[in-house]
Design a protein around this ligand. Structure first.
Ligand code: BGC
Ligand code: CA
Length: 228
């Protein structure tokens, strides 16, 4: 072999080293450009997203365990209690309606009315009403007086001045209101100096139809059961 000629294997080795060197440079360039491309991209920061979600979860957990949450929430026990109370009230009302309708009472503006077919003293009449869960009629308006006047009978109403002469009170203890009283002209008069302490509807042809009369007199009567 000619010693002046370059050794072929040495040349090959140099070539391999050169290629490897070039490959390394290429790899490094690729690495750098990839990192730059990723760094500048709009890809979300998943670590940050997860960090935020965890923080949010922990906040909700804390809220659930503190009164902060329960104070906002409706008190379901109270809601149910109220609904039950409302239901029971309606049931009671329905029972009252059934009962008085079946017994032949007449309904007018939140009350049931009963007109007797026999006559009794004011006290016995009142007892009869009380036994039926009602009381003698209390008249609070012109309309109610007109309604009772339709029965066209002479009947006791729940009005008396037995406690204090001249002070007329209804059976529920309320004072007679002068704007809704319907005394017939000249009444009440305790006629002929007799003690007339009980109210009756006497002059039913007139709008002002009330009279005071002796409580032991026998009359028909009207009971009233309020339902509202
Ligand atoms: C009088 C009333 C009285 C009644 C007694 C009537 O004639 O007008 O005021 O209460 O008799 O029965
Ligand atoms: Ca009288």
């Amino acid at each position: 072999m000619d010693k002046n000629l370059p050794d072929a294997s040495a040349t090959n080795r140099k070539l391999v080293v050169l290629i490897l060197g070039l490959l390394c440079i290429l790899q490094a360039a690729l690495n750098i450009s990839l990192r730059l491309a990723l760094y500048n991209s709009d890809a979300p920061d998943y670590d940050a997203v997860i960090r935020n979600l965890k923080e949010e979860r922990d906040q909700l957990k804390r809220k659930l365990n503190t009164s902060e949450c329960s104070s906002d929430a409706p008190d379901y026990d109270a809601v149910i209690r109220n609904l039950k109370e409302e239901r029971d009230q309606l049931k009671r009302k329905l029972k009252t309606f059934d009962h008085y309708t079946q017994e032949g009472w007449v309904y007018f503006r939140s009350s049931f009315y009963f007109i007797s077919s026999v006559e009794k003293s004011w006290g016995d009449s009142r007892d009869d009403c009380l036994q039926q869960g009602a009381d003698l009629v209390i008249i609070n308006s012109k309309e109610e007086n007109e309604f009772t006047r339709q029965f066209r009978r002479l009947f006791w109403i729940g009005l008396t001045d037995t406690e204090t002469e001249g002070t007329w009170k209804w059976v529920d203890g309320t004072l007679l209101n002068t704007t809704t009283s319907f005394w017939h002209p000249g009444e009440p008069n305790s006629s002929g100096n007799t003690d007339e302490d009980c109210g009756e509807a006497r002059y039913n042809y007139a709008e002002y139809n009330w009279n005071d009369n002796k409580c032991n007199k026998l009359n028909f009567w009207i009971c009233e059961k309020m339902v509202a």
